[in-house]
Ligand binder design. Sequence first.
Ligand SMILES: [Zn+2]
Length: 256
Amino acid sequence: MSAGKRSTSGQQRATFRFYEELNDFLPPDRRKIAFDYAFNGTPSVKDSIEAIGVPHPEVDLILVDDESVGFDHLLNGGERIAVYPMFERVDIAPLTRLRPNPLREPRFVLDVHLGKLARYLRLLGFDTMYERDYDDATLAAISRKERRLLLTRDKGLLKRNEVTRGYWLRNIQPRLQIAEVVEAFDLRRAVRVFSRCMVCNHTLETVAEASVRDALPAGLRGQFEQVSQCPGCDRLYWPGSHYDKLVDLVSNLISE
Ligand SMILES: [Zn+2]
């Protein structure tokens, strides 16, 4: 047995350093520096990280003495631990990432009270589940089962074991939140405006204007060859509608 530092009594210490946006979860005196963390027994690195205040779904890579480890790695004392966020921009491909790979076509499930953000995400074309009555267990289950990224303002929700893909929104205002999400997940190139219904999340279909003419405002009838229609709720989307203003608004936000 090589773990000579193991001790059943008394406190051990390890040195932690958190990178990039993981520092948002730390008190000011622990941000962007290495600090000592004291513990008893041999806790997992995951439990230690969460005890320090960082929800594990935010973490993508853990180095213990320069070796990448999984969440279940046990601490014995004396280690130097570097913890990187889910979407660290430096190239860490050769190392063990804790998640299979970054979300190429990100799909979302949103915590309650994030209805405006849900509409913005759908407006940009992102598959977004949102219902006002989802409880925490439901949100976690959807996220896990459908591999959806759980967006929330509730750090406690991200600490649930079954949540492996999650992100804590720093901003409170929906307009700032949509800009934050696009930036955090590098979504600009994946934006497809008017491809999805803002209200019910279905993918829009192109239909001949003549087939839905009666449902269009009188002044617009006969102006287009085609319009978009939601197969879920029959809502129509057409060029020049008031949704265009939303597109402009959101485009401006995410280009800033
Ligand atoms: Zn719809």
